[in-house]
Design a protein around this ligand. Structure first.
Ligand code: GDP
Length: 433
């Protein structure tokens, strides 16, 4: 997916536009306990194209002076984005701070769309001409508060998206990433899987490393490890900004089919673990929970069951994710991991037969009819799988509002039992026929 970043000096209205571009989507995501959304990074949609959007204004770098903050935010945009929306304020004209941002953007080779915000009525359109002098071509007048002009601006943004790369089109390769808080053992596990000391491992949290994608073959299947250990890259912002490292993890997740969410068996589960794993779930990726450092735990016949129950209690929204216990250090049980990755990626890309799907849904309905609400009972006419990665289903009904969360869960469970979607989230949308 292409990445769009919004940059500009403070108070030009970046967050308002960000919220407008992603707002609808955020409000339709269900409320899952344990999942916190990072408001600086979200999905937007325009003309059947989905993209990720970053509000760099949300990246605050300690108590650095404003100018330094702006420079670093612009740098994030240049590093991470395919297209940059450079936002200025049509009521203020060009300010010195705008010039500063412009200077940094000149040096990047990224396409820049210049948006002049706070143009709330047609008379104010006169104000936009001076912005040609910034050197980014046609300025697009927009109004965040009134939602004006966004279509034309987005047309320009989308026109700059790169063509789908080869890499994305070949879908036989299984891409997976490892996520987890510092020191959970991501690099060690990458090394153990690749069988070589390719990545430097150290006891210091936040060791400097570079991001690496490593392809390898196992039993005739092609895998690529996307190493998020590289999210702690050289340079100040990478080290000081937690949000920025989250951004890099999110980008790795975005490129993955399967995400391994690592937990430290020695230290147990903390809030941060849930938050990080939640990103993979929200992105609709297949997820495997990996309990690392299992060598440090004194085990008897009950330990694993008990730990598993703890994991399940903490990660309720990941009830589909298998749990793998292993030690990256001693390599114990490491051979159990790749078969799970393979299975999860197959389920993630699985298509089911429409007639069988409809039988399953109709049986479910007959067995457990939906409760009547205000004298109305849910009728299901037809169901179809509309996409994969993750498998998504549309159920055509008499009234979508009659499909409550718990009933949707019930249908999901029936579909899972019938088709076996272990490791992958599935999505169900109710539509009015
Ligand atoms: P990362 O920050 O998530 O990449 O974590 P590292 O791979 O750098 O590992 C952090 C520390 O945990 C290092 O000292 C590793 O040797 C140690 N470690 C990693 N995996 C294991 C394991 O399975 N068992 C034990 N006992 N230590 C581990």
């Amino acid at each position: 997916k292409s990445v769009v970043a919004i940059v500009g000096r403070p108070n030009v209205g970046k967050s308002t536009i960000f919220n407008r571009l992603v707002g609808e989507r955020i409000s339709i995501v269900e409320d899952i306990p344990g999942v916190t959304r990072d408001r600086i990074y979200a999905q937007g949609e325009w003309l059947n194209t989905t993209f990720n959007i970053i509000d760099t204004g949300g990246i605050e770098i300690g108590d650095e002076p404003l100018l330094v903050q702006m420079r670093e935010q612009a740098q994030v945009a240049i590093d991470e984005a395919d297209v940059i929306i450079f936002m200025v304020n049509g009521r203020d004209g060009i300010t010195g701070a705008d010039d500063e941002v412009a200077k940094i953007l000149y040096k990047s080779n990224k396409p820049v769309v210049l948006a002049v915000n706070k143009v709330d009525n047609p008379e104010m359109r006169e104000n936009i001409y001076e912005f040609y002098s910034l050197g980014f071509g046609e300025p697009f007048p927009i109004s965040g508060t009134h939602g004006l002009g966004l279509g034309d601006m987005l047309d320009a943004v989308v026109s700059h998206f790169p063509e789908k790369s080869f890499e994305e089109e070949d879908d036989l390769t299984i891409r997976f990433s490892l996520i987890g808080r510092p020191n959970v053992g991501k690099s060690s596990l990458v090394n153990a899987l690749l069988g070589q000391e390719r990545v430097i491992v150290s006891d210091i949290a936040g060791t400097t490393r570079d991001a690496i994608d490593t392809p390898f073959k196992k039993e005739d299947r092609d895998f690529v490890i996307i190493d998020t250990a590289g999210m702690r890259k050289k340079g100040k912002i990478y080290e000081t900004t937690e949000k920025y490292s989250i951004l890099r993890a999110l980008k790795a997740i975005e490129r993955s089919d399967v995400v391994l969410a690592l937990i430290d068996a020695e230290e147990g589960i903390i809030e941060q673990d849930k938050k990080i794993a939640g990103y993979a779930h929200e992105a609709g990726k297949a997820v495997i929970i990996v309990v690392n450092k299992w060598d440090t735990v004194e085990t008897d016949e009950k330990t694993m069951k008990e730990f598993e129950q703890k994991v399940r209690a903490h990660f309720q929204y990941l009830d589909y994710a298998p749990i793998v216990f292993l030690s990256a250090k001693t390599k114990k049980r490491i051979h159990t991991l790749l078969p799970q990755v393979l299975k999860a990626s197959e389920n993630h890309a699985k298509r089911v037969q429409t007639n069988v799907l409809n039988e399953v849904i109709m049986d479910a309905l007959a067995m457990n009819p939906a409760p009547t609400v205000k004298g109305q009972r849910l009728k299901v006419f037809y169901a179809a799988q509309v996409s994969v990665k993750p498998p998504s289903f549309v159920v055509f009904v008499n009234e979508p509002e009659l499909v409550h969360f718990s009933y949707e869960r019930f249908l999901e469970n029936r579909i899972r039992e019938a088709f076996g979607f272990e490791g992958t989230p599935i999505k169900i949308f109710a539509r009015k026929r």
